[in-house]
Design a protein around this ligand. Structure first.
Ligand code: ATP
Length: 729
């Protein structure tokens, strides 16, 4: 992008003239866009620490920090050059980096028309204007087109093409040249997954949509009742002439579009709520405290993830079914009351509901047992798969399936009890309404009431039967989702806490008080870059403290060796410095700012570490992906070049030569097998490639021979601005 800054040719004033914001006003654009898009903003503004960075490379990073300080987030839409238009069509509300008449500028995109052709943007004078999406696309694509301008111009110069064919040919050539070039098409402005639920629900307009669902449900029931009243009255009184039949058919037909509207409103709302829940769960799973995730183990979390899908279905289906059942039940109660049985019928309906309520509550315990058996089984299965090779080598074959059989028997027993209980309840819900029907109609029959009155009694019983059945189905789903919720609660909680590294302070709106990334220049050599004061830490599962009163101060450029006997807490300190764990007490300051003051990405953008071998992993993917794991995706040419250079410097050049696909070779469990020493150098390269101020290497050289170790040390020394090396004495 530095090249971009130098080489970008501002576009002549075009349709975007006066519509794009200057970068120095980008924070203002973000705030104005959030307000117009109805996203909640904190009551106080102006919390932005640090001005716009001079380096255009850091504009996106700075905007991210500004969004975080407003309790929002910017989601980057990376796409290929040819797919920018499609990305813009689904990005709103978003900020777009474009090439305008003054160089790189920012467009605040409010929405795109349903046809996808016209975009509504918020201009710097805060007026709303329409602009063709094709113009926005061209202005965004221009960010990368400067690379190919000369080549394309040369090709076109050799042709005799005239306008408009020349422009079309230019566009086609540019598209072909940049087909595999990725760029940020837009930064979608949205609430972070961990934001308050009420804010998310407001942004989704959940309350009015829910009211609409209720209204439609009531209207449908009114149509059904009216149709039933018309046909019932006509049939019982022997006056079924054509007029009555037409009226009945009209009522039935009116219910059809209402039913379609109900299905649409309910379906789209369910989709939005389910997407919200999934985003929250994913964000939570990615920010679970490291010790908690480890205690649970992979198996348990995979199990919980499966359960979360079940919870999502149950909570949505259960809520909607119960809500509509309440509408049905209210109507059934009022019809019963106006029927021949009056209060007696209503009492019978209430008694039926109460009995079912008690049975459903008891069923919750069976559901819990069944769910736990399932989670335990998934957990055990995955742990066994992970330790499969060891089991094959060391466990007696006759015992291989003993535990699986026992777990399966426990699960089948729990499932049987749940199924039997559910079957009993559903039978009761469907048949138990019979006494209510008798009570509702019998007084009318005995008192010799009119056929119309008896018909009302029958109708009330039928309506009650349907309402009670759907109420039971809904209640069973809701108690199920309540049980499953306990399992995924840690993930939802982690999502809430992940809004900032510390998120210890929140303002009235629940927005974490964080400071956006400040300038990246290092403090002067005499000031501390990183300070640890009186830090105390105890692992949750351990009775004694690992760190007590730990203090150190590191200035920019220093090389620090941290030594100590095994178990003395070196790795624990490293995990606190790199932000993986939070200290129990004491302070850790980076550039004089406490951890909870930084944005969640800000800390990680300054300190990176290579954890010990057993804490680190080669993931299944290309070698490049493994090396550049800490960099933004997709990788730039510069990233790939630097990764190759580092491999050479770390003595991995031979390996690259041997791999058929070079740096794009698949590695990991099912790919090219890497030695212990090769893996540890990949971990070092991964930390260095994050281009951070402080690099922490935890026993990174243990698997290396002396010659390679020297090579690696030289590389690390040359590349890391400030270095902390943990090693045994
Ligand atoms: N997740 C954990 N839960 C409970 N206790 C832990 C956990 N991780 C480490 N410990 C304990 O904390 C102490 C310090 O561990 P740490 O890994 O920080 O030591 P270290 O100095 O890096 O050791 P080594 O040089 O052997 O790597 C040890 O006694 C260890 O058993």
């Amino acid at each position: 992008m530095t090249t971009l800054a130098n080489e970008l040719k501002p576009r002549a004033a075009g349709p975007l003239s006066g519509l794009a914001w200057q970068p120095r006003r980008a924070a203002e654009a973000l705030e104005a866009l959030a307000l117009r898009a109805g996203l909640p903003l904190p009551r106080t503004s102006g919390r932005v620490v640090g001005g716009l960075p001079e380096d255009p490379n850091r504009l996106g990073e700075w905007l991210d920090a500004v969004a975080q300080s407003q309790g929002l987030e910017l989601d980057l839409l990376y796409t290929r050059h040819g797919e920018v238009e499609k990305a813009i069509q689904r990005a709103a509300p978003a900020l777009l980096d474009v090439v305008g008449d003054g160089g790189v500028q920012v467009v605040a995109l409010l929405r795109v028309s349903p046809s996808g052709r016209t975009a509504r943007v918020l201009a710097p004078d805060e007026t709303v204007r329409d602009v063709p999406v094709s113009e926005l696309t061209a202005a965004v694509q221009a960010l990368v087109e400067f690379q190919q301008v000369d080549t394309v111009d040369r090709v076109l110069a050799g042709t005799a093409l005239r306008e408009p064919q020349r422009t079309l040919a230019r566009r086609a050539l540019m598209g072909a040249q940049l087909a595999n070039t990725h760029l940020v098409a837009a930064r979608t402005l949205r609430l972070p997954p961990g934001a308050r639920l009420i804010h998310h629900l407001k942004a989704l307009s959940a309350a009015p949509r829910l009211m609409l669902v209720l209204l439609l449900a009531v209207l449908i029931q009114v149509c059904v009742l009216a149709a039933w009243w018309l046909i019932g009255r006509g049939a019982f009184e022997g006056q079924l002439d054509q007029g009555w039949l037409w009226a009945w058919a009209l009522m039935g037909l009116t219910a059809v579009p209402l039913q379609a509207a109900l299905a649409w409103t309910q379906g789209t709302l369910a989709l939005d709520l389910s997407a919200l829940l999934r985003r929250r769960l994913l964000a939570g799973a990615l920010s679970l405290p490291v010790d908690e995730a480890r205690r649970g183990g992979i198996g348990e979390y995979v199990g919980r993830t499966f359960e979360s899908a079940g919870m999502e279905q149950m909570v949505l289906a259960g809520s909607f079914t119960s809500m509509l059942a309440v509408v049905d039940l209210t109507l059934a109660a009022s019809v019963t009351l106006s029927g021949p049985a009056g209060w007696l019928g209503l009492g019978a309906l209430a008694a039926c509901c109460a009995v079912l309520g008690v049975l459903v509550a008891r069923q919750a315990m069976l559901f819990r047992g069944w769910t736990e058996a399932r989670v335990v089984m998934t957990h055990a299965l995955i742990e066994r798969m992970l330790g499969h090779r060891t089991r094959l080598a060391q466990e007696q074959p006759s015992r291989w399936h003993e535990e699986e059989d026992q777990e399966l028997a426990r699960y089948s027993d729990a499932a049987e009890r749940w199924d039997a209980g559910t079957a009993r309840i559903m039978t009761l819900a469907r048949r138990g309404i019979l006494p209510v029907a008798i009570i509702a109609t019998l007084p009318g029959v005995l008192a010799g009431s009119s056929t119309a009155t008896i018909a009302v009694g029958v109708g009330a019983a039928l309506l009650g039967a349907r309402a009670v059945t759907s109420m039971t189905v809904g209640a069973l789903a809701l108690i199920g989702s309540r049980v499953l919720f306990d399992g995924v609660r840690p993930m939802l909680e982690a999502a809430r806490l992940a809004r900032a590294v510390g998120a210890t302070k929140e303002d009235d709106d629940g927005v974490p008080q964080v400071a956006p990334l400040t300038s990246s220049e290092a403090p002067s050599r005499n000031q501390a870059l990183l300070e640890v004061r009186d830090v105390y830490f105890k692992h949750p599962a351990s009775p004694r403290a690992v760190l007590e009163g730990a203090s150190l101060s590191i200035r920019p450029g220093e090389r620090v060796l941290l030594e100590g006997p095994s178990g003395s807490g070196k790795s624990t300190l490293a995990s606190i410095l790199t932000g993986l764990r939070r200290q129990g007490s004491g302070v850790v300051l980076l550039r004089g700012l406490d951890m909870s003051t930084w944005t969640s990405d800000g800390w990680g953008a300054q300190i990176a570490g290579a954890p010990q071998f057993h804490e680190n992993h080669v993931v299944s993917g290309t070698l490049a992906m493994n090396l550049l794991l800490g960099r933004a995706w997709p990788h730039t040419q510069d990233d790939m070049k630097l990764a190759r250079e580092l491999c050479e410097e770390l003595g991995l050049g031979d390996l690259l030569q041997r791999m058929p696909a070079g740096i794009l070779q698949m590695v990991g469990e099912r790919g090219w097998q890497l030695s212990h020493g090769e893996q540890s150098r990949i971990f070092v390269a991964r930390a260095l490639l994050q281009r951070v101020q402080v690099v922490v290497l935890d026993e990174a050289f243990g698997a290396l021979d002396p010659v390679t170790m020297r090579k690696v040390m030289n590389c690390v020394n040359a590349r890391a601005p400030t270095l902390i090396v943990i090693a045994h004495p």
